[in-house]
Ligand binder design. Structure first.
Ligand SMILES: Nc1nc2c(c(=O)[nH]1)N[C@H]1C(S)=C(S)[C@@H](COP(=O)(O)OP(=O)(O)OC[C@H]3O[C@@H](n4cnc5c(=O)[nH]c(N)nc54)[C@H](O)[C@@H]3O)O[C@H]1N2
Ligand SMILES: Nc1nc2c(c(=O)[nH]1)N[C@H]1C(S)=C(S)[C@@H](COP(=O)(O)OP(=O)(O)OC[C@H]3O[C@@H](n4cnc5c(=O)[nH]c(N)nc54)[C@H](O)[C@@H]3O)O[C@H]1N2
Ligand SMILES: [Mo]
Length: 748
């Protein structure tokens, strides 16, 4: 207890000091509460609010916010959540810098010429007038609103922010960028095998006897899950990490495999073959609860040997046998299937082979077991903000409704619908879409220039648009490529509610301070647009013109949510986050699978019908098109393009680098910290190099999304928009092969 109090006091203390001061102090981690007390921290002087981190992150932390005189001074992880456990990540602690950042978008602004940097402040009324007139002009010209596109992804997962989609529906049928760059290949794979994506509670990993972390880096990307893995280890579990990079997670494991990138399917199948040969299959599970195991056995016998898997992956055959045997005999054993490993042209197929390993060893439906990927079990809100009606008489796309990652819309019985285009091919879709072409783009909760693919092509595509409106907190590169920017609130300035796609906690997000400057929340912006639309053309927008954001948060709740979480009313959440009341922490514990057969499907007809193999067969990776493999995974100091630009984060992460193996560098005459040019068919990036044997000889590594003083750094200058194999089934568009990229490097 006293240890913990120490930690908290110190963190609160740090948030009250300057950036330089904090950076100077942070390395001496075990400094004392006395300093904090000297700084005069007294919790009674603060008003405390409940917040929830709305970022696209496994951890979706519950936050306690301390406000004095209307200013957010300190935050800490909510102690009530056993998952957040009183602590935030390094990025989370920098939240206090966010509303007050001098670089924030504070007012509606208009740019005289894209990328000119000539921004002028305008009033909300003027901004809405320009936007509304353009929307009406498109409607007049095309007879429908398909010339208006929406691209939105994961900038803020607060449930009321689905009002952005609602705003578009309230205007008419529009063009939607659907799908997700993140995890769809794996979602489809799990749907074919199990009938849904549904993972165990991460907190039950303490019960695991064997843990394989397969292409995930939780030491950076889900720091709160690490405590369960480390506790399982303390209780005797073995931890195996499989990653082409030696990550911080790998450093915490007992065994590290550094396979060739994209070879995971072969590795999993090699392990499956050995388990079969050793007679270690859980016959009870496969006989009672699965479909097609015999065909899978035939496939393994005819096509797979451990030696073949070793050759494909570069992992010695003996190691494969050893881990396979240990995994099959430990009870329970679990695999965490990372999102990183499925961002490949064979990503979905690889996930199916890994699922098969977990199933054939009887680890599905077990506490401490499971093929862990993600879940949406706790997301049963009303989506009141999301579901809005098109104005009477709206015309739109004929032939199929738009589907999204979270498809709440149900089947549309209307003859018109939105037009869907692939979110992972933003640039190409803007260039190709005709009749009518996309002429106006609304960007919200998304930073396409930082996170979408083939940046050079994206710039060309944006240049074909008449008007780009970005709703943002910061002047990102996407904002630089926009005409109008609208200032949006931060988590402290709005009401909403948040759940996770990993853990099972629910948390409220209170408005802790008044919206700063002229910022509005996403749904207030929709209301402002509706007011202007109806002023100029009565009936042209159905979005309510007066909204109370607290009431709208309240409207998202229903009895199902209350029952699932064991609360009477949303107000109970003001006392702290609550956890789902489930029958078992194990997904699929009742063995009733969501597949057409109701069983675990080694053989999936649905998968075959959708153009893939029915069995979890091996699928080869993308052919190399340049000298080195280029990996651009996630960084410790940012969630994509968020946080990286805050002053505190820039103290830690001053400069981006390309990381390279010293052996490969020597061949190229490159020395540590040299300025280099990384280039491929997509484009090029100049950056300094760091040499490290954490990366393989044939690999270059750059972390995604750095933006700060030198905003010209952008990994998307080197990443094309090649599709992953799966994703279209559940997300509406295939995933993207982010890690199937290649490049060359030279000293400049
Ligand atoms: N090369 C490469 N590319 C990748 C990836 C990779 O690993 N490598 N990862 C991919 C993955 S997994 C993902 S999930 C995507 C993420 O892609 P995005 O969802 O685009 O990523 P973010 O940077 O988190 O958020 C986008 C913007 O939302 C803004 N924002 C925050 N809060 C709000 C709000 O309340 N309202 C509005 N309107 N805006 C807000 C932020 O300021 C930020 O600029 O990137 C993908 N792109
Ligand atoms: N600090 C931080 N936390 C985050 C995020 C962030 O940007 N920063 N983003 C959030 C989001 S949206 C997401 S999607 C998750 C991502 O969470 P993770 O999936 O854990 O992270 P990634 O960096 O996308 O990829 C994980 C690992 O996959 C590896 N990998 C790439 N290709 C292969 C392969 O062929 N085989 C194998 N075995 N491994 C491979 C990469 O080397 C990388 O180390 O994290 C969330 N949490
Ligand atoms: Mo993601």
């Amino acid at each position: 207890m006293s240890e913990k109090r120490k930690g908290l006091s110190r963190r609160r203390f740090l948030q009250g000091v300057t950036a330089a001061g904090a950076a100077a102090m942070l390395p001496c981690r075990f400094l004392i509460p006395a300093e904090a007390q000297a700084a005069g921290f007294n919790p009674d002087e603060y008003k405390v609010f409940r917040n929830a981190c709305p970022r696209n992150c496994y951890d979706t932390c519950s936050i306690k916010t301390y406000v004095k005189d209307g200013v957010v001074e300190y935050i800490e992880g909510a102690p009530e959540s056993t998952f957040t456990d009183g602590g935030l990540c390094v990025k989370g602690y920098s939240y206090t810098r966010r509303p007050y950042s001098p670089n924030r978008v504070k007012y509606p602004m208009i740019q005289d010429g894209r990328r000119s940097g000539k921004w002028r402040r305008i009033s909300w009324d003027e901004a809405m007038d320009k936007i509304a007139r353009k929307i009406l002009e498109l409607k007049e010209q095309d007879g429908n609103l398909l010339g208006l596109g929406l691209t939105k992804y994961s900038g803020n997962f607060g449930i009321t922010n689905y009002g952005v989609e609602g705003m578009m529906s309230s205007l008419g049928y529009t063009t939607r960028f659907v799908g997700t760059p993140c995890w769809p290949a794996g979602i489809d794979a799990q749907n074919y095998d199990l009938g849904n994506m549904w993972c165990n509670d991460p907190e039950d990993m303490v019960k695991s006897k064997y843990i394989i972390i397969w292409g995930a880096n939780p030491a950076w990307c889900s720091v709160h899950t690490m405590k369960y893995i480390l506790e399982a280890k303390r209780r005797g579990a073995k931890v195996v990490v499989i990653d082409p990079l030696f990550t911080q997670t790998a450093a915490k494991g007992d065994v590290f495999w550094q396979p060739k990138t994209s070879s995971d399917g072969a590795l999993a199948l090699g392990m499956a073959k050995h388990i079969l040969d050793q007679g270690l299959v859980d016959t009870n599970f496969v006989n009672q609860h699965s479909l097609g195991f015999d065909q899978f056995v035939d496939y393994l016998n005819a096509n797979v040997t451990v030696e073949w898997a070793a050759e494909q992956s570069g992992i010695p055959a003996q190691d494969i046998r050893e881990v396979a045997e240990e995994f099959a005999t430990a009870d329970p054993a679990t695999i965490w299937i990372g999102y990183g490993m499925q961002r490949h042209v064979n990503g979905g197929a690889s996930v199916r082979s890994i699922d098969a390993l977990v199933a054939m060893t009887g680890n599905v439906g077990k506490e401490g077991g499971g093929a862990r990927y993600g879940h949406l079990q706790t997301w049963g809100f009303n989506y009141n903000a999301f579901v809005q009606k098109q104005p009477e008489g709206s015309k739109g796309f004929v032939g199929g409704a738009a589907k999204g990652e979270f498809d709440f819309s149900g089947d549309s019985e209307q003859s018109y619908s939105d037009r869907s285009v692939n979110i992972n091919k933003t640039a190409q879709e803007i260039l190709d879409t005709k009749d009518p072409a996309i002429k106006m783009l609304w960007v919200s909760c998304k930073n396409p220039f930082g996170q979408d693919f083939d940046r050079p092509k994206l710039e060309k595509a944006f240049d074909t648009l008449d008007m780009v409106v970005s709703v943002e907190q910061f002047f990102t590169e996407t904002v630089a490529n926009s005409d109008i920017v609208l200032p949006v609130t931060t988590l402290f300035e709005e009401w909403t509610v948040n759940v996770s796609y990993w853990h099972y906690w629910l948390g409220i997000n209170e408005q802790a301070i008044k919206p700063m400057y002229e910022t509005k929340s996403n749904i207030e912006i929709a209301a402002a647009l509706s007011t202007k639309m109806n002023e100029l053309s009565p009936g042209s927008c159905t979005f309510p013109q007066e909204i109370d954001t607290k009431e709208w948060m309240e409207k998202e709740f229903n009895q199902g949510i209350y029952d699932y979480f064991g609360i009477e009313d949303w107000k109970d959440l003001l006392n702290g986050p609550v956890k789902a009341k489930y029958a078992s922490s194990a997904s699929w514990h009742d063995m009733k699978f969501g597949t057409p057969s109701g069983k675990y499907e080694f053989f999936s007809q649905q998968c075959e019908d959708n153009g893939h193999k029915a069995l979890p067969e091996f699928k080869a990776g993308r052919d190399s098109y340049d000298k080195f493999r280029l990996l651009t995974p996630h960084t410790k100091f940012g969630i994509h393009s968020q946080f990286v630009n805050l002053d505190w984060m820039q103290e830690y992460y001053k400069e981006p680098f390309v990381y390279m193996h010293p052996g490969a560098a020597a061949e190229k005459g490159i020395e540590d910290l040299d300025m280099v040019r990384v280039f491929n068919k997509v484009g090029e990036q100049r950056v300094r190099v760091k040499l490290t044997d954490n990366v393989a000889q044939d690999c270059l590594l750059m972390y995604t999304a750095w933006f700060g003083k030198d905003s010209s750094f952008n990994v998307q200058n080197l990443v094309d928009d090649e599709s992953a194999d799966m994703g279209a089934f559940k997300a509406g568009a295939p995933g993207v092969a982010i890690h199937d990229q290649f490049a060359d490097i030279e000293r400049v």
